[in-house]
Design a protein around this ligand. Sequence first.
Ligand SMILES: Nc1nc2c(c(=O)[nH]1)N[C@H]1C(S)=C(S)[C@@H](COP(=O)(O)OP(=O)(O)OC[C@H]3O[C@@H](n4cnc5c(N)ncnc54)[C@H](O)[C@@H]3O)O[C@H]1N2
Ligand code: MOO
Length: 671
Amino acid sequence: MLGNKSYLHCLQRQQAQERWWQKLDEQGYFEQLPCETVAVEFSLGRITAGSVFARQSVPHYNGAAMDGIALCAHDSFGAQETAPKRLRLLQPGEPFAAGGCYAIDTGDVLPNGTNAVIMIEDVHWADGMAEIIAAAAPWQHVRIIGEDIVAREMVIAEHEVITSADIAALLAAGVEAIEVIQRPKVAIIPTGDEIVASREELQAGKILDINSPMLAAALTSWGATALRRPIVKDERRCIVEAMEAALRESDMVIVIAGTSAGRDDYTADVLSELGEVLVHGVAMKPGKPVILAVCQGKPVIGLPGYPVSAMLTAELFLRDVAQARQKLPLTATSEETVTASLVKPVPSTIGMEEYLRVSVGQVEGKTIAVPVRRGAGLISSLTKAQGIMRIDAADAGVNTSTPLPIRLLRHARPAQHTILAVGSHDLALEILGVYLRRRMPHVSLSCANVGSMGGIMAIRNHEAHIAGIHMLDEATGQYNLPFVQRYVPGFLADLTDPTNPMDLTNPTGQTERTGRLIHLALRQQGLIVPPGNPLGIHSLADLTRPGLTFVNRQRGSGTRMLLDKELGKANIDGCQINGYEKEVATHMAVAASVLSGTADAGLGVQAAAQALGLAFIPIAQEQYDLLLNFSPDDERLQAIIEILHTMEFRREIEALGGYSLCKAGETVQVQ
Ligand SMILES: Nc1nc2c(c(=O)[nH]1)N[C@H]1C(S)=C(S)[C@@H](COP(=O)(O)OP(=O)(O)OC[C@H]3O[C@@H](n4cnc5c(N)ncnc54)[C@H](O)[C@@H]3O)O[C@H]1N2
Ligand code: MOO
């Protein structure tokens, strides 16, 4: 029986946070924190447990602030240009006598009897005497005791983050060791029969524990100490034992997975046995089944197993608690955001807050956000996105006209430097991004895979810089150009017009038509089959053999169009092919289906077959072009075209297998 899981009654995020926080606060979790003493030299970023006072003054002696002579100011009174005064040079260690002076360097102790320094530039030497032409004020050019810090003065207040300058000030003030708040120890307990700790144990049905290292790294960046515990089986007793051990040794516990409604999901039960579950279920996506509990006065969080859910819920619920537990300023308020509009409306469930991962770039002065794939199990949705857009629980979605704030992930380059590539995806585009970054370190390239037609539409709507496209026009037999002319009429620059600014050698004049369609590669498309081609597949006709399973690409993709055209030529109907209805979204997904054995064949690029060590039967060569939308003088445009012409780039792409870049960078011409 699945049981009556309480998280089905979801709380709003803020309500859930407040409920957990309030309970912890009542139990004094954020007060009377454990402390430890560390060497000041190694205290960077730690939080002072109490205010720290100087043990000595800085400077601790009166010293010269300039190179020159030390004298008694009184002896200089009356000195003028017309009536210089001469002072007798005393030897170091010689007692001071009125009318005398000592040679002195910056930092030297001021000799007894003296109280001022005259800079060496203002001293004349005559007959072994120092001649001065202006009076010195008492204590001029002298660093007097305590000028910087006076003994017993406060050097740093309690609960401050220690900076590098603080380290210098503390050491100067005679403080060598300092009491700081202990880093909270956070135990991480991964659970699940299918979870394994190393690649060696990985086989079908097993999942590598990537959540523990991810969370440990996040905790470290939040100032906490992560204690990774062994993987625990989906057995109630094992989880109880692991929890009890974790509670003994840590200040906070994370239990990964087992938060939802499955038969082996014990996390909430165990936590209510060992303490109090305050929240099970928050109206947010991803992350809905998160559990917030308090056991033995310590916060315990059950994170949903999907990596994106685990990361987001840890950031939203755990980070503040970990930081407050060490009196660190909370990160949330200092996070970098940009405001952007979505390229297409995104629906969302009313009552559920949604965290949408997006690519962000600036196209024609407008900041654009392109959603990346949404699944909570897709960790690459976090690594490939530039930011996270929050859709409010009250909204049924976001339309394209409402700009919304986006929290930037990693130290994202500013949106105005991000090139948005929206269209059919190809590895060559990502490698182009790497080459661009080498030339222009401030620029990044962000790719959103929406298929060739989606790319053309994004260019038409002024929402992308680049669209990668490969679509064959059956009527003309030509690739790409007819579609651009049909769907974005007037967009392409007329390069035969000498006044056209797209002539990069002569950037003058004004015109509306600034787009370019340039060659990237000729790609070999073909059937991807298991190594050694065990079923002896040689042509599309073989796909109709009984017992053979095919995997298809999604409708609207260039590869699907190619397949349908080739099937038409061979007089084969899709319904004759077992698996024709099964669609996946990328070349690599086709190759992965073949590798895993869920399909015997699929159509895709040779590079995908080569990447996964699969066999390949060539079917057709297709033209993959880049539709570019930059202002003519944009240096990124020039850089792209230059890179496409380099041998280094061409060789690297051709080495992927099945690519020819002999025309890369050239403008696509009407045939
Ligand atoms: N009937 C329902 N099923 C599910 C619901 C629901 O409302 N009703 N919610 C779904 C949502 S939303 C989420 S999120 C997940 C949360 O699942 P659990 O926390 O119970 O976690 P598992 O099912 O054990 O794992 C989910 C997924 O994550 C993988 N995983 C787990 N631990 C790790 C790890 N340490 N490293 C990497 N990956 C991990 C695990 O293998 C699963 O693939 O529940 C839905 N179900
Ligand atoms: O909460 Mo789950 O994380 O939406 O997939």
